[in-house]
Design a protein around this ligand. Structure first.
Ligand SMILES: NC(=O)c1ccc[n+]([C@@H]2O[C@H](COP(=O)([O-])OP(=O)(O)OC[C@H]3O[C@@H](n4cnc5c(N)ncnc54)[C@H](OP(=O)(O)O)[C@@H]3O)[C@@H](O)[C@H]2O)c1
Length: 225
């Protein structure tokens, strides 16, 4: 039984990842910003509540709660979207997005660094919106910019952890029907969180010692940086 840590596990894609790894028979630590009530009755889930990944002291508390429990796999999912219009920028909010989408995974993964076993796998859910090569429409300034920074973080982590035999992958879940996308056109037709989670877990399955740094869609497509 592997120890899997899912960060941002209150709802959405992260909650489905908790379900996916439970169904696979793994032991899951669900790091939640809220109380993690959804997981209270699951015997194979340890909830680490009240973990806002933008808050240094909350992340330090999370590290204490996980203690010296070795980690085989971690997926950082917590994130926030944005839709600014040109020249209608709220820079404080944009900084908060950067703090969550780019610095959140750095804060969490750096704090847990000593717990990753040799052969451990780390996934960061960024977004295709953070791809420079795939940006065909513009817009979504702080979302695109902070997710591009998260992709850069992932490649840095790849180099950082490679000597320890720890593998890192950047992940795009597809366009998924969650709270983040609610209200968008065709919401009902979007990929369901459980399907996205199964695909993301499959990408993590394929991650190994010989993998170069990759940015993968949950359907297996390689995305441009
Ligand atoms: N949905 C899509 O189509 C799509 C596409 C590309 C990428 N993504 C990425 O996938 C990830 C998950 O998105 P989702 O669609 O599942 O969205 P969601 O339903 O809005 O879920 C976001 C999750 O992040 C948590 N979170 C937000 N701010 C946090 C913070 N400061 N500290 C800790 N946790 C925090 C939320 O917790 P609370 O419940 O406490 O708010 C929630 O559990 C995001 O990184 C997003 O950018 C989504």
């Amino acid at each position: 039984m592997k120890h899997v840590v899912i960060v941002g596990a209150d709802r959405g894609i992260a909650a489905s990842l908790v379900q996916e790894y439970l169904a696979r028979g793994e032991r899951v630590t669900a790091v939640c910003r809220d109380a993690g009530e959804a997981w209270q009755d699951e015997s194979n889930v340890r909830v680490v509540p009240s973990t806002d990944v933008t808050d240094d002291s909350a992340v330090a508390r999370m590290t204490d709660e996980i203690g010296d429990d070795p980690i085989d796999l971690l997926i950082h999912v917590a994130g926030v979207g944005s839709r600014e219009r040109w020249q209608e920028f709220d820079f404080e909010t944009m900084l908060a997005h950067y703090n969550l989408n780019a610095l959140g995974p750095l804060r969490v993964i750096s704090a847990l660094s000593d717990q990753f076993v040799e052969g451990a796998k780390i996934g960061i859910v960024t977004s295709r919106m953070g791809s420079i090569g795939d940006n065909g429409t513009g817009g979504m300034y702080s979302y695109r910019m902070s997710k591009a920074a998260a992709n850069m973080l992932g490649v840095n982590l790849y180099h950082e952890f490679r000597p320890r035999g720890i593998h890192v992958m950047l992940l795009h879940p597809g366009t998924v029907a969650t709270q983040m996308t609610r209200g968008a056109r065709n919401w009902d037709a979007m990929t369901k969180p459980a399907e996205a989670a199964a695909g993301l877990a499959r990408q993590m399955d394929g991650l190994g010692p010989d993998s170069p740094p990759r940015f993968r869609h949950q359907d297996g497509t390689s995305l441009p940086w």
